[in-house]
Write a protein that binds this ligand. Sequence first.
Ligand code: NAI
Length: 352
Amino acid sequence: MVPGTPLAAPEHQGVTLHRDPDAGYTGILAVHSTTLGPAVGGTRLWTYPDLDAAVADALRLSRGMSYKNALAGLPFGGGKAVVLGPPPRDPAARMRLFRAHGRAIESLGGRFVTGEDVGTTPDDMETIAAETRYVAGRTQGMGDPSPFTARGVLRAMEAAADIVWGDADLGGLRIAVQGLGHVGTSLAGLLHERGARLVVADVDPHRADRARSMWDAEVVAPDDILGVEADILAPCALGGVLDAATVERVRAGVVCGAANNQLATANVDARLQSRGIAYVPDYVANAGGVVSGSVDIAGWDRNRMERALDGIADTVRAVFARAQGEAIPTGQAADRLAEERLRTEAGAPPSE
Ligand code: NAI
């Protein structure tokens, strides 16, 4: 495939626009950093209002991946791919789209490695793999990362419970889960196993009903879940759920969930802090998915991957200690820790 067209992005190592009209393909590959290793980040298939919005999303998400991967202790830089929707309904057209995307990824020669994200599936990763080896999360590899993401969120919750209440046991706690998709469902099952009492909401009533019958979960309306009285609130649906208005409704002691970019604006972090709500930064809590990618991408064995998954709890502790030490919100503390790791390791060879 012809190389993509470079786009201006001064903070990034390289951002390219790729098109294949025959395949109906327009994609953006954003490489934010390769300081710690190849830029790793999912492929998002989404219908944006225009190309600028898609580029802005790719820039923001790829930067976020540099921070997430750095704090998770992975030998990965940060990147993200965005494929412009709408998603084709015809399976053959979908395959053409992802073959074209695979060729675009291949043209970067391994600087960028992708996996699943919103709108893409392990089958799509399989299609991409027909064109490039720089793809993880295939059906034949580690597959769907969501169960690992859910396990990472669980570890983060346990660490937060320990910090806030002096006890990592989630048994008996009331935990509100917003969104019962891939991660939310896995997480709710794990929480139920540990004896937590679940309150759930999903815009899809069937998913909520299933949680009621499987785990005796209390079901509330999607509009009410953020404000339910609970020990822990776990946003596992969309980003941007906590803004200046909704943050005032939160009645949980801890916010810890899988959704990316939970805070609509940076100052929500400070408001959570001033309200005495412990916020586990989203990209710390939800790193389990990309941690599972270490098996396919970096060749880690399962034990090493499992240790990194458990290590999410240590990262949560480090973030809260830093926040307390410097009297800053936890989101800022996480950013500082990630920036330090990126700075310290700049120029050093990535760990094996
Ligand atoms: P998903 O698309 O499978 O599930 C999302 C669920 O949220 C769906 O059941 C949907 O009906 C529900 N939902 C949407 N709007 C809602 C609302 N207003 N109120 C209640 N429910 C609502 O997505 P998935 O994979 O479970 O991911 C969830 C979040 O976690 C996303 O923000 C994603 O970016 C993030 N994430 C996912 C990872 C993964 O491994 N799947 C890894 C890291 C982050």
